[in-house]
Design a binder for this molecule. Structure first.
Ligand code: MTE
Ligand code: MO
Length: 375
């Protein structure tokens, strides 16, 4: 069993797949903390968790002209300044199960909690690439990509891989990390021990764990997960007509929000109801507002945003939110809805149908939770 060496996991996690291990925390627990505890942070593995020996570990960094640097962990820590950033990671498939309710899609049936936030500590990818000899000339030379390879491999020996545009890594506000710490602890095995990429504002899939190699290329990563997965399509496209070669790879994610409390089907007492949830947008776009309705979207309340303030253009982490409002006295059923607005005034679509896609990615319609009112 290639999975026999996987690490132990927290029993509260809701498991989507055991081998490889994929799990999310219960929604109500997700928003208990602004920083998600490491054990509850959602876990998305495509392959067995590799056993990496920290003492012999070397990060390979391919410089211009193909010269390869091999950097040990102590060298990385000694040579480059430590940098910490609070970043929310979201899987492209977060809330996929809502898409499958419209029409079956292919993929893990995530609920609303394939998203989590941590304070990551590590070195800046920009500093490491500059040390390897990269600068601004590469940017001027046309579109380039920074490619990452994981140390986790499938049966054919192919590693998990992904890439991001060069400017995402090297731009002036770039906070892309090679992280060795998560919430002040050593990076846990499930999250990429001993070193992972953290790309703020960008889909989870590009945040390569168990990082083995970094290179710069005029081509995107050749990995299956870069080229033939994690792309969006029209609802009209099916498995006979899909063309992965022409659709762009998902990088920055769209505005997202969801209700984490109360749970669907709960009975709410009369009087006041408190609704809780999260909101986040990709590309460093802040959350400017969350609107909540208790009557299916007929009337709206503005939720209170909690958690850390966001920096304009570098809003890498989510806001949590809450709304306390009177329950209409005669209500037998409440249809709670939330929708968020980001700093570019992007909004969430009201329904799933027009954004349905065969892979079930980018599921960010208004989130609806139905609860029962107690007499
Ligand atoms: N990196 C490697 N090496 N292998 C993987 O399977 N999964 C990716 C990404 N990095 C993956 C990986 C996906 S799809 C997501 S959503 C995030 O890791 C999940 O990160 P987490 O498990 O730390 O939450
Ligand atoms: Mo993902």
């Amino acid at each position: 069993d290639p999975y026999s060496g996987d690490p132990p996991r927290h029993p509260a996690l809701q498991v989507n797949s055991l081998k490889p291990f994929n799990a999310e925390p219960p929604a109500e627990l997700l928003t208990e903390n602004y920083l998600t505890p490491n054990q509850l942070f959602f876990k998305r593995n495509h392959l067995p968790v590799p056993a990496v020996d920290a003492a012999s570990y070397r990060l390979q960094v391919e410089g211009p002209g193909g010269r390869v640097l091999a950097l040990s962990l102590p060298e990385l820590k000694r040579r480059f300044p430590k940098h910490e950033v609070t970043v929310t990671l979201q899987c492209a498939g977060n809330r996929r199960s809502e898409m499958s309710r419209v029409r079956q899609v292919k993929g893990l049936e995530w609920g609303v909690a394939a998203i989590s936030t941590a304070r990551w500590g590590g070195v800046r990818l920009r500093d490491v690439l500059a040390h390897a000899g990269y600068g601004e000339e590469e940017e001027e030379a046309g579109e380039q990509h920074v490619c990452f390879e994981g140390l986790d491999k499938d049966l054919s020996g192919a590693a998990y891989g992904a890439s991001i545009p060069y400017r995402t890594a090297m731009g002036p506000g770039a906070d892309v990390l090679l992280a060795y710490e998560m919430n002040g602890e050593e990076l846990p095995r499930d999250h990429g021990y001993p070193l992972r990429v953290v790309v703020p504002g960008v889909v989870g899939a590009r945040n390569v764990k168990w990082l083995g190699r970094v290179s710069v290329s005029p081509e995107e990563s050749p990995s299956h997960w870069q080229r033939n997965d994690y792309k969006g399509f029209s609802p009209a496209v099916d498995w006979d007509t899909v063309d992965f070669t022409t659709a762009p790879a998902i990088q920055e994610l769209p505005i997202q929000s969801a209700i984490t409390d109360p749970a669907p089907g709960a009975t709410v007492p009369p009087g006041e109801l408190t609704v809780k949830g999260y909101a986040w947008s990709g590309g460093g776009r802040g959350v400017v507002r969350v609107d909540v309705s208790l009557d299916g979207g007929r009337t709206w309340h503005v939720a209170e945003l909690t958690g850390e303030e966001q920096r304009p253009g570098r809003a890498w982490a989510w806001r949590l939110w809450r709304l306390t409002a009177p329950v209409p006295p005669d209500a037998t059923e409440l249809d709670i809805v939330c929708k968020a607005v980001d700093a570019s005034y992007n909004v969430q679509p009201d329904t799933v149908e027009p954004i349905w896609n065969l892979r079930g990615v980018l599921s960010n319609a208004w989130h609806r939770v139905r609860v029962t009112g107690a007499e």
